[in-house]
Each structure stands twice: as structure tokens, then as C-alpha cells.
Design a protein around this ligand. Structure first.
Ligand SMILES: [Zn+2]
Ligand SMILES: [Zn+2]
Ligand SMILES: [Zn+2]
Ligand SMILES: [Zn+2]
Ligand SMILES: [Zn+2]
Length: 396
């Protein structure tokens, strides 16, 4: 699914690297670990001026703010003295990574995964897919990625609905004609139209200003807002759905499949099909016995499990077998965590290969061959307890 395998990432961003770093950090607390020799005696008597500058943490921070992760890594690898000046203890290293300039990798990944649908009228159409670090017109928020800690701008992190295209009205003097917006779901390939509140004459839309062309106005793009419509390439019709409701749907007790279904189209609605695919992929089915004993016993399985759990830094490991119930929403999973596109891909890959390792050869059975009774959510490691939807209500 992903053009760029995670293994192609520079070493400082690799998942395994992160795990190692975490382990080192944990191990540092244990008394067995040997202390490094003091750098003063290890260094040559006369360090270069650059090393001297970078040893001053305040100056190092200033230098780092002009560098991307790759630059910092290259600089740190030029000499042992530089490496020791730049790579301090884990806490300050994380701080440094958060002060880097965003590398634009997320936008690169988006451009690889998203397949642009031909414009209706190219001359009226502008694209807005640009890393915040190269965009002087826009103020783009930048934060540390929750997983790799590297500074990531809002355009390079994962969004549930990216808004990428603006197509102006044919007659700019006609106030009744609204521009067209479109974009993509997560890193899924299909472009989907997006409607602003004004398109649907939403009650409170009169108070809000109309959506603008992000490339001209300094406003927008309006990620994760408005109404999502059927992907361009599908011939089906279905009503547009309010993105806020999709994002806040409690996936622990309901599914996009059941909520957005109707007798008028194959379930789920083509509007939410890509999101439903991603939400479904997080579920692993077990029998009652295996559910209580999920952590795999074999080494290969354990490595996969480590990869997934390394993405859940907030949750202590004892929660694995606890009686936790899944309360995941797309918003808490994808938006409330500030996650870079690369780490999102790594998470998806880890989840996919773990699911495969636990599946029973494509059959709908537990890994042990028993009937499935319980569903585990790999996002939170809680149990999914879906209610049966009554069909009348679902057919909205
Ligand atoms: Zn276009
Ligand atoms: Zn960026
Ligand atoms: Zn990351
Ligand atoms: Zn969950
Ligand atoms: Zn089983």
C-alpha cells in the first residue's frame, strides 16, 4: 500500500531506532548499566570552534532550528566530538528534535500516496500541498511527532481529511456560485469532493465566513472540516456526511459500516469507505481463551507486538490483558495525537503485519481454530463491544 517502505527511512526516524532509544533510556535507570566515560577526558585537548559552539546548549538550539532531521544526523556523524556535543541525554535530545525545521517528508509522502483526479477546469484550480517550513505566506503550526519526537508541521502530520484543492467559481462575480473543494482521506489514494458548510446552507453557516482559496487568502486549508462527498472515481451516489460526526463516532461500540449504511448503496456509504477500511484493520478477532492471552509467545510475533506497543507510549503494558473497553474515535487516534505521516505509515504497517500473524489463513476463525467471540482493538488494546444497529435507524 505504501510507496515508501519504512525501512528506507533515515536511521534516526526508524521505528526500531525509537524502540532502542526507549530501551536505552529505561535501562539507564537500572544500576547495571555502565556509565559512559566523561567526555572531557575522551575529547582531544583543543576542540574545534564548531564543537565549542555546539556544546553550549542554548547555541545548539539556535543552530538546530535551521536544520532538518537529516541535516542534524549528518552533522552529528561527521566526528565523535560533534556527536557528543549534539547527542545529549534522551530528554534533551527529544527537546532538540522538536526544535528542528520540519523536513517536508510528510508532504512528500502525501504526494506519493494521493492520486490527483483530473481537474474539471484546470485554469480555476489551485493546489495547496506545501510543507509549513517552505511556506512564508501561511503560519503553519509545528509540533513534535508523538512517536519519533521530530518537529512536524501541520501539513506533514496525518489528518483524517486533507483538503488539497480549491477550484474557483466560473463566474467570480456571481455571489451565488461557490468554489469547489476536494482532498483525500488519510493516505488513501482516491480524491473526494469536500463541501463547506455554505454549500449545504447549514443553519449556522451565515455567521461563519466563506471558505477561501488557501493559496491567496492565508486562510485554510480546511483539513478535517465540512462535509465529505463520494470519491470522484466512483459512480455511486450517497449523501455527503458531516466530517465532525465521522471523527467523533465511538468505534468501540459502533462501526462506520453500520452507521453509514443504507439500502440505496452497498454498505458502508462510499463516502466513508476508505476510513472504514482503516478502522476495521485495527480489529483482531479471537476466541474467549486466546483473548486473555493475546501477547504472542513466539519471537517473531513478539517483535511485531513490540512495534505496535511502542506506538502507545501513554499506556502501561499491564493494560494489555486488562478489562479495558475500546473507546477509540478517529479524532482521538489521528488528530489528538500529533503524528507525522511517516510514523503513521509505520503504525499501519505494524498493525497489518501483526493482524496477519494472528489470522487463521483468511478464515473468520481465531488463530487457534476456534470460533471468534472477542474483538481486540490494536489502537488502544481494549475490547471492541459493538452493538447491533437496528436497520431502520441506520437507513437515514
Ligand atoms: Zn482541480
Ligand atoms: Zn512540513
Ligand atoms: Zn514521527
Ligand atoms: Zn480502541
Ligand atoms: Zn483462540
Amino acid at each position: 500500500m505504501h510507496d515508501q517502505p519504512h525501512t528506507a527511512a533515515p536511521p534516526e526516524l526508524r521505528g526500531d531506532r525509537t524502540i532502542k532509544r526507549k530501551r536505552l533510556f529505561d535501562a539507564a535507570a537500572a544500576p547495571i548499566r555502565k556509565r559512559r566515560p566523561q567526555t572531557v577526558t575522551a575529547n582531544p585537548p583543543c576542540p574545534s570552534p564548531l564543537v565549542k559552539v555546539l556544546r553550549e546548549y542554548g547555541l545548539l538550539e539556535v543552530v538546530v532550528s535551521e536544520l532538518c532531521a537529516d541535516d542534524l544526523w549528518a552533522l552529528a556523524n561527521t566526528s565523535k566530538a560533534l556527536n557528543e556535543a549534539i547527542m545529549p541525554r534522551t530528554v534533551s535530545l527529544n527537546n532538540l528534535l522538536g526544535r528542528l525545521k520540519c523536513s517536508g517528508k510528510g508532504v512528500e509522502i502525501r504526494n506519493k500516496c494521493h492520486q490527483k483526479w483530473p481537474c474539471f477546469e484546470a485554469s480555476l484550480c489551485t493546489e495547496h500541498v506545501r510543507c509549513g517550513s517552505t511556506n512564508t505566506k501561511h503560519e503553519t503550526e509545528t509540533k513534535s511527532c508523538v512517536n519519533c519526537k521530530v518537529a512536524t508541521c501541520d501539513e506533514c502530520r496525518i489528518h483524517c481529511v486533507y483538503q488539497t484543492s480549491f477550484e474557483g467559481p466560473c463566474d467570480p462575480n456571481d455571489p451565488a456560485e461557490l468554489p469547489n473543494f476536494s482532498g483525500f482521506v488519510l493516505l488513501q489514494p482516491f480524491e473526494q469532493p469536500i463541501l463547506s458548510p455554505h454549500h449545504l446552507n447549514h443553519d449556522d453557516s451565515t455567521s461563519e465566513p466563506r471558505w477561501q482559496d488557501p493559496s491567496k487568502s492565508g486562510r485554510g486549508p480546511y483539513h478535517d472540516q465540512g462535509y465529505l462527498d463520494v470519491p470522484f472515481h466512483l459512480g455511486e451516489t450517497a449523501p455527503p456526511e458531516y466530517i465532525g460526526d465521522i471523527l467523533d463516532l465511538d468505534l468501540g461500540c459502533r462501526s462506520l459500516k453500520s452507521v453509514y449504511s443504507s439500502s440505496h448503496y452497498t454498505s458502508p456509504s462510499p463516502v466513508v469507505r476508505s476510513l472504514d477500511m482503516v478502522a476495521e484493520a485495527r480489529k483482531v478477532h479471537f476466541c474467549d481463551f486466546c483473548f486473555g492471552d493475546v501477547a504472542p509467545s513466539d519471537v517473531a510475533g513478539m517483535q511485531e507486538w513490540d512495534k505496535i506497543t511502542s506506538f502507545l507510549p501513554m499506556l502501561p503494558s499491564e493494560l494489555v490483558a486488562s478489562k479495558k473497553e475500546c473507546r477509540c474515535t478517529l479524532r482521538t487516534r489521528m488528530l489528538d495525537r500529533w503524528l507525522c505521516a511517516r510514523c503513521y505509515q509505520a503504525e499501519e504497517d505494524a498493525i497489518e503485519s501483526f493482524s496477519r500473524s494472528q489470522s487463521n489463513g483468511g478464515t473468520f476463525r481465531c488463530r487457534c481454530g476456534n470460533h471468534v467471540q472477542r474483538v481486540l482493538c490494536l489502537w488502544c488494546r481494549g475490547e471492541v463491544l459493538e452493538q447491533e444497529e437496528d436497520t431502520e435507524k441506520a437507513d437515514h
